[in-house]
Design a protein around this ligand. Structure first.
Ligand code: ZN
Length: 334
């Protein structure tokens, strides 16, 4: 589909095309950001999500000032458009922003949803930004042609910041960083059904929530799932809860724990750019009688990243432990 705007010769470098393909093949981008249909072949370049053909139809109807769609296979991409996708970092990061306030019991559209259900959700999500933290809502200017309605962030946060113009950065100032939490496994979790439980983990930071998938009938589940949260300037503890998924009644709680983020964030800030540091310990969260740590947890630089592993003893429950690995990615304020 050589596009009809022939006055605009679009060419992207082979290197960038390869990066786009790599991004598309990452697991979170193998399902549509809006309805979870498999194998999405379209993308909203300014929002930074990969979407299926049905959701693409809805995105188009919103207008390019809200969503500018391109086909991954049919359209030619400019370098700028590819970089824009890479800066957002794909579906899981974009959804951690656009669905930060999605109620836990909210049912997202599925691959089989009707056009109406899909359209209602997509408009709420991107046009009205109903699930976004209120202070982050961006007033989109109808006059701007593209890429003004986007959030930029990624693992290479510095690059994305240098690529920002002042309009689109307005919404980001409140966040000081991104917290990646790898929920590794649980051990000896409590029984909530007849003989076992169907556990999942919910993380809460302020009003943001993220949750893992449900693992069926397993008291020693292995998730190895990475969840992302944006950390505001005035952050409190990260709250972790384990629930038993129940089809017939409300999900039962299987214990909880609070994670103090301060040791990691303050030591990371004190040490500065982790890329310039060799592997070492930079801080520590100490086990005490009033926290859930099973042993002291150190904050380390590992391959230029700030990481912290921890084992938590679940509170307010008969038994249960959770193993996590945190990673802190500071946003540069300029
Ligand atoms: Zn879709």
């Amino acid at each position: 589909m050589m596009s009809n705007n022939s006055e605009h010769e679009k060419k992207s470098s082979p290197g960038n095309l390869k990066k786009l393909k790599e991004l598309l093949h990452r697991s979170d981008n193998r399902i549509c950001a809006d309805c979870s249909a498999l194998d999405p072949k379209w993308a909203s370049v300014n929002i930074g999500v990969f979407i299926c053909v049905k959701c693409c139809g809805v995105h188009r109807s919103l207008g390019t000032h809200i969503s500018k769609v391109l086909s991954v296979t049919l359209d030619e991409w400019s370098d700028e458009e590819i970089v824009s996708m890479i800066e957002v970092g794909g579906n899981s990061y974009a959804n951690s922003i656009y669905e930060a306030f999605l109620p836990l019991d909210f049912t997202k559209p599925t691959a089989n949803s009707s056009h109406e259900e899909r359209a209602k959700f997509i408009r709420s999500k991107y046009e009205f930004q109903d699930f976004l933290k209120p202070s982050l809502r961006i007033v989109s200017s109808k006059s701007s042609s593209s890429s003004k309605n986007s959030f930029r962030s990624s693992d290479s946060v510095k690059e994305s910041y240098s690529g920002l113009d002042s309009n689109s950065s307005a919404g980001m100032v409140e966040f000081i960083g991104i917290l990646k939490v790898k929920v590794i496994r649980g051990r000896s979790l409590a029984v909530r059904d007849m003989l076992s439980s169907d556990p999942y983990v919910v993380l809460t930071l302020g009003k943001q929530k993220a949750k893992t998938s449900v693992i069926k009938s397993n008291l020693n589940p292995v998730w190895n799932e990475e969840l992302k949260l944006s950390v505001p300037q005035h952050y409190g503890p990260l709250k972790l809860q384990v629930f038993d998924h129940d089809l017939l009644s409300a999900d039962d709680i299987m214990g909880e724990a609070e994670i103090d983020l301060q040791p990691m964030i303050t030591s990371a800030m004190a040490f500065g750019d982790p890329d310039s540091l060799s592997d070492m310990q930079i801080g520590r969260w100490l086990k005490s009688h009033d926290n859930a740590l099973m042993q002291d947890s150190s904050v380390r630089i590992v391959d230029g990243k700030v990481k912290q592993e921890m084992s938590l003893k679940l509170q307010h429950v008969e038994s249960g432990e959770i193993e996590l690995e945190l990673e802190w990615i500071a946003l540069v304020n300029e």
